[in-house]
Design a protein around this ligand. Structure first.
Ligand code: F0G
Length: 481
């Protein structure tokens, strides 16, 4: 929770205390260079023994609460009819207001099922922005993803509080030109991941729902980051300043025909769900659940995770939990801005996003700007982030490179995992890197997979710049760090 100090500054104060810790290792720069070379300059391919701050993602890496861990111990390990499932049903009803629930092993499994049932070849799927796995599933089903965000969404130095809004005029045009019958559904992603964790407003969601309902189009809510989305509405939208997070979550869910989520984020667990109040929709998805996931009462999740999800879902509606990562990200971003490092504003959810285009203004997109910055950040700090740019965008069907709208280095802040001094360390190393940005010369593929290439692709540093960067680092910090 952000608390004002007596000198007027604000800091994010943790609303939890640490009971269990894991030892962290900071290997020296020369070892980091070797690890990066072995990982093909792809932060996904590093081993965690070489990583100091794991800021790759907030997915499945959040610190769980004592109550979540406790709940795992009382799970009911049954293939069918598990009591753990019914406890999750109760939590979903209480938090979101949905009656029907399909558990899945993680968020993309929900996307697979939704694609299977609703996306027909030739369909379009409008949305406020895509997520990598979302796009892959909907396109594999023969659909085309249409991103109909507002002009402000791609402005990385903005003060606009709701860059995750869907552009209603564009939605109207999509309906007019494609017709409702060819629109699988409209998808709204809470705290839009690839735009830098940016929320939509409740007002926008209401308008999207209205237009969708008038045209007989389903509204699907990706609620993976729903507690942060609710927190931003609480912080930024007039009329919600005194509304509890739970009520905001329920209001959003109440507007959706179908909600799905990756439980690995706001719920601080591993797994996922699809939920709805429409029995007909539930029944249309249900037969596929045992084909792809597992029986209805576990859906590919371990029953331990089912129990922990029920607890995590309730806990995420606590203001101190909903805001714990967002407040730290705000601190992270403001410290960087004070030091002249270009970050996406306003600060969003899940991560501090560095605007790699402004960080490396002389590097063309063909040399993978954000990917280069992710590799350089690891070399300079041992912190690994994730490229969210052209590398994360697959080639088109003709094999042409598709340059991403934004080139971002995402430094995720998993919930309740890191301390402010660790964040301040990352700030310092990024600031140092910014002063040495001219050493970074880009990346080129050595091995390029055909789909979701950012996961397993291997690259190399053009002109061996990794070595030069590490030598510059050692000159300033010595051999120990
Ligand atoms: N939707 C959103 C908004 C996501 O951020 C993710 C995953 C998914 C769906 C897929 O869920 O991973 O459980 O299968 N985001 C992770 C990330 C991978 O690192 O941002 P999943």
């Amino acid at each position: 929770m952000n608390i004002k100090l007596s000198d007027g500054t604000e800091i994010p104060v943790e609303m939890h205390k640490i009971k269990i810790v894991q030892k962290a290792h900071l290997v020296p720069a020369r070892e980091r260079l070797q690890a990066m070379e072995e990982a093909g300059y792809n932060t996904f391919l590093l081993r965690t023994r070489h990583v100091f701050l794991d800021m790759l993602t907030d997915s499945g890496t959040n610190a769980m609460s004592d109550n979540q861990l406790g709940a795992m111990m009382v799970s009911d390990d049954a293939y069918a009819g598990s009591e753990s499932f019914y406890r999750l049903v109760d939590a979903v009803k209480e938090v979101f207001g949905f009656d029907f629930l399909l558990p899945v092993h993680q968020g993309r499994a929900a996307e697979n099922l939704l694609a299977k049932v609703f996306v027909k070849p030739g369909d379009v799927v409008p949305m406020n922005y895509h997520f990598t796995t979302t796009k892959a599933h909907f396109e594999l089903a023969g659909g085309t993803v249409l991103e109909i965000f507002t002009d402000e969404a791609l402005n990385t130095c903005s003060t606009f509080p709701f860059k995750g809004n869907l552009d209603l005029e564009k939605f109207r045009q999509v309906i007019a030109s494609h017709g409702s019958d060819h629109i699988s559904f409209v998808r709204m992603e809470a705290t839009t991941n690839l735009l830098g964790g940016q929320p939509f407003s409740m007002e926008n969601l209401r308008q999207v729902k209205k237009m969708a309902a008038e045209n007989n189009i389903l509204l699907v809510l990706d609620a993976s980051l729903i507690s942060e989305q609710a927190y931003f509405i609480h912080q930024r939208e007039a009329g919600y300043e005194n509304t509890p997070i739970l009520d905001i979550v329920r209001e959003m869910a109440g507007l959706a025909d179908i909600m799905y989520l990756s439980g690995r984020k706001s719920c601080a667990v591993r797994g996922g769900v699809i939920a709805t109040n429409r029995k007909d929709l539930f029944e249309s998805i249900k037969p596929w659940l045992p084909v792809y996931e597992g029986f209805l009462t576990y859906g590919g999740m371990s029953t331990k995770e089912v129990e922990a999800m029920a607890v995590g879902m309730r806990e995420m509606t606590d203001l101190g939990v909903a805001g714990c990562s967002a407040d730290m990200i705000r601190h992270f971003a403001h410290r960087l801005i004070d030091r002249g490092v270009p970050v996406v504003t306003p600060p969003g959810g899940l991560a501090c996003h560095i605007d790699a285009t402004r960080f490396l203004p002389n590097l063309p997109q063909s040399k993978y700007i954000a990917g280069s910055l992710a590799a350089a950040m690891y070399l300079a700090s041992g912190a690994r982030g994730m490229e969210r740019g052209t590398l994360s965008t697959d080639r088109d069907r003709d094999g042409n490179e598709v340059f991403s709208d934004l080139e971002l280095l995402r430094l995720a802040v998993p919930r309740r995992t890191y301390t402010i001094s660790q964040i301040d360390y990352a700030v310092d190393r990024l600031t140092w890197l910014h002063r040495h940005a001219d050493l970074i010369k880009g990346l080129t593929f050595v091995e390029e997979p055909p789909i979701l290439r950012f996961f397993f692709g291997r690259l190399k540093a053009i002109d061996n710049w990794g070595q030069d960067l590490v030598e510059a680092f050692r000159k300033d910090f010595g051999d120990e760090l």
